[in-house]
Design a protein around this ligand. Structure first.
Ligand SMILES: C[S@@+](CC[C@H](N)C(=O)[O-])C[C@H]1O[C@@H](n2cnc3c(N)ncnc32)[C@H](O)[C@@H]1O
Length: 269
């Protein structure tokens, strides 16, 4: 792999998705893009980069982004944000919005949907705390293939075993062959949309709760700041932002400040 074609690929990925590809990730390029190059009959990375640059809006360019992003996720990931949601946020927002109100939640960079469905389960299981408020969830991601899976709501035994308590599995899923599918009540609470976090999110509307987890880690500092500031612009004044365990707003933006002594929870500053 020539360093010129690696740099061109890195530049394309950063411009398109924010993903920073450092030279130590060369092995990742080989393992993730190798099968695509083989399928397309492309002899090397520079031929693939040529194809991408020739049609930046084409399917190959999208596929390269999808293959290079990390889609790792699981139900109720990290636990703490979901405890905080149940103990503090549902009761507070439920009281503030009232029985006729709606709480809008954005699972930004939702991957295959486990995060959005975890929020939906939390809302259904804590209806009393919500004071009759409706909860509406939007799951978005840049990658079409993961969104398709999210929408299907069908998960393998291995996937449901990661993070999902058995009682929740029995209550909210039905068995389909060797897989599990989310029940209609859960599915009805979530909508899905392809969305690039680099774009201003104004068309998505206003949100009371935003899960923006395990995606900022792939971006450089200016991109993190830009995405966080854009998220701040669509948050309700009393809204809550959750970041991943390895992410923080500190030193990145002054638009958010930590709340309730919870490491991953932030409110507008
Ligand atoms: C590691 S997953 C995180 C999933 C989930 N939020 C969680 O914490 O379990 C990261 C997701 O970010 C998405 N992603 C990467 N760059 C993006 C961008 N610029 N806009 C929207 N989504 C992006 C990837 O497609 C991937 O599904």
């Amino acid at each position: 792999m020539s360093s010129a074609s690696f740099s061109q690929l890195a530049e394309f990925l950063q411009t398109r998705s924010g993903l920073v590809l450092t030279p130590d990730k060369m092995y990742l390029v080989e393992t993730r893009l190798g099968p695509l190059m083989k399928r397309e009959g492309l002899p090397d990375l520079s031929a693939l980069v040529g194809r991408v640059k020739a049609a930046l809006a084409g399917p190959i360019a999208n596929e390269v982004v999808e293959l290079m992003t990390t889609n790792e996720t699981l139900f109720f990931r990290d636990g703490k944000p979901f405890e905080h949601l149940k103990e503090k946020v549902w009761p507070r927002l439920g009281a503030a919005r009232g029985p006729a109100g709606t709480i809008r939640v954005w699972s930004a960079a939702c991957s295959t949907g486990q995060e959005a469905y975890s929020v939906a389960m939390s809302a259904l299981d804590n209806a009393a705390a919500l004071n009759g408020c409706r909860v509406e969830i939007l799951g978005t991601d840049i990658a079409r293939d993961v969104l398709k899976r999210a929408e299907q709501g069908r998960y393998s035994q291995f996937e449901v075993q990661r993070g999902l308590p058995i009682a929740a599995l029995m209550k909210h899923f039905t068995k389909e062959g060797s897989d599990w599918r989310v029940k209609d009540a859960l599915r009805a609470m979530v909508r899905w949309r392809e969305w690039n976090l680099l774009d201003p999110p104004t068309p998505l509307g206003r949100f009371d709760v935003v899960f923006l987890r395990n995606v900022l880690i792939y971006f450089d500092q200016p991109t993190k700041a830009r995405v966080l500031d854009q998220v701040a612009s669509v948050m309700a004044p009393d809204g809550v932002l959750y970041l991943g365990g390895a992410e923080t707003v500190l030193g990145v933006t002054t638009r958010f400040a930590p709340i309730d002594g919870v490491r991953s929870a932030y409110g507008l500053a």
